[in-house]
Design a protein around this ligand. Sequence first.
Ligand SMILES: Nc1ncnc2c1ncn2[C@@H]1O[C@H](COP(=O)(O)OP(=O)(O)OP(=O)(O)O)[C@@H](O)[C@H]1O
Length: 557
Amino acid sequence: MLSFKEMPMTASALFSAYASFSATMMLVRSIAHELIPHELRSYLYSAVRHLFTPLSSDLTLIIDEFSGMARNQVFDAAELYLRTKVSPKAARLRVAKAPRQKVLAVAIDRGEQIEDEFDEIRLSWRFVWTEPENNSRSGEKRHFELSFPKKFKDRVLGLYLPSVLIRANAIKEEQKAVKIHSRECPYDDEDGGGGGGWGSVNLEHPSTFETLAMEPELKRAIMEDLDRFVRRKEFYKKVGKAWKRGYLLYGPPGTGKSSLIAAMANYLKFDIYDLDLTSIYSNSDLKRVLLSTTNRSILVIEDIDCSVDLQNRQFEEHFETSNTRMTLSGLLNFIDGLWSSCGDERIIVFTTNHKDRLDPALLRPGRMDMHINLSYCSTNGFKTLASNYLGVQGDHRLCDEIEGLISGTQVTPAEVAEELMKGDDADVALEGLVNFLKRKKVETSETHEKERAEAAVVMDGVANFLKRKKAESVKKKDKESLDAVVALEELVDLVKRKKIEADDVLRKGNQEEGGGDQKAEAGPDSKRLKRSENGNGVRKSRRVVRRRSGRAMANGF
Ligand SMILES: Nc1ncnc2c1ncn2[C@@H]1O[C@H](COP(=O)(O)OP(=O)(O)OP(=O)(O)O)[C@@H](O)[C@H]1O
């Protein structure tokens, strides 16, 4: 044993031996750096490491956060997937929530391990997070290490990791907050929709198909149509059609057109792009704006009849200045021209309060595939609203009376909803609705009476005028003028008959079902129907004119 006196001697000897060893090692290292090429050095290091590492039957995959400059999709998928695998035994978890995110994101912390199993293969995930020595964020690196027995390498790469990617996509879809994009919105799009001047916020509209006051068959038809559309990717490819679908929603204000759009977006989890056509100045502007929308989205153009003058196509064809102003052709080109194939799973919705004002070119099949008529509140509509707003299921003492009143009144779901919101108490709210409907009924019949009387006065005036003209023509033996008068008389007759028929239908409809005649038509069928009606009407009127004119001639000449 060393005596106390000998200690300093021994320590200094040790220190000098250590110093000379370090100096030698530094010399060797710098000589090695100078003389041995980098590749050879790495090889030697890994060979030495290999010698000292016990032989392992496991393989470890390193999944870096970035692949070059781009994010590594496997890393992102693993991050989402592993959130569903967090063990109750985990000692540390990371919890985060972005301002516009709906749910908390719970993830494993650095160094934590997660065990997983796939087809009886046991796998172990580890999250590794290295920070640079100077603590700057730019140098930090994150990666996952996935370890499993080497012999399963092919199954893990070929089956397990792809299944992680699929599951992560499904989780993303489940957690996706539906957004509404608008060019007036001040926010930037977080997801990088890019260009086109779109901003977005989360769509907070709670409307769903359950809450919509709509005929159950119509609801079902729309939902089935949407389901068919989203699952038909291969079909669209096979028939060579762009994967898109157009819906025209028409009906009076307050019948649920916007609510239906929100319900469609919530149902499909598609973002909405709300486009105000009056903010578009040229076709090239339109192209830029529409090209910056994303797949799986609904492009909405509300009140298409008033947004922009899209009526004058003949004029436009003659004076085409397509790039200096926005034209109907420019819009149509995007709906079903070559540009329409840019993107997948696109839905286009036009709304209007006046379908009759639209250029038939817009309504053509292939452009607007489904025409949906949203009309006045029906008894079914009332039942849905009463259940939504008051929790009343049709068993209230006032329900029968209300249903009877609704049947004979043109009242919008918005008006009914407004009345139902006036009281928390079902009795108070429903009594308020009864009074409202009674008032409305009186007003409606008064208005109808007034309109009928006004129309009768105008028709009588026209008929008297034509009678005078007819007498003059007969007197002057002016055959041409007589023909014209007879044709006009026929027209007046036709209008009178149609008016009487329409009043009958209205009266009958009111007695049977009230205003609610919501329906969906496939574009082509509805058009065919309308065309044949017009055709018959016109043909019939021409035949009668020929007969009448001949009779008048026979009498007068
Ligand atoms: N069919 C409906 N089902 C449920 N609620 C409805 C329905 N129609 C209207 N409402 C209620 O009325 C409000 C206005 O309806 P909405 O904006 O959807 O009508 P709209 O037809 O789009 O009207 P506009 O033509 O004026 O834009 C909605 O917020 C909703 O509360």
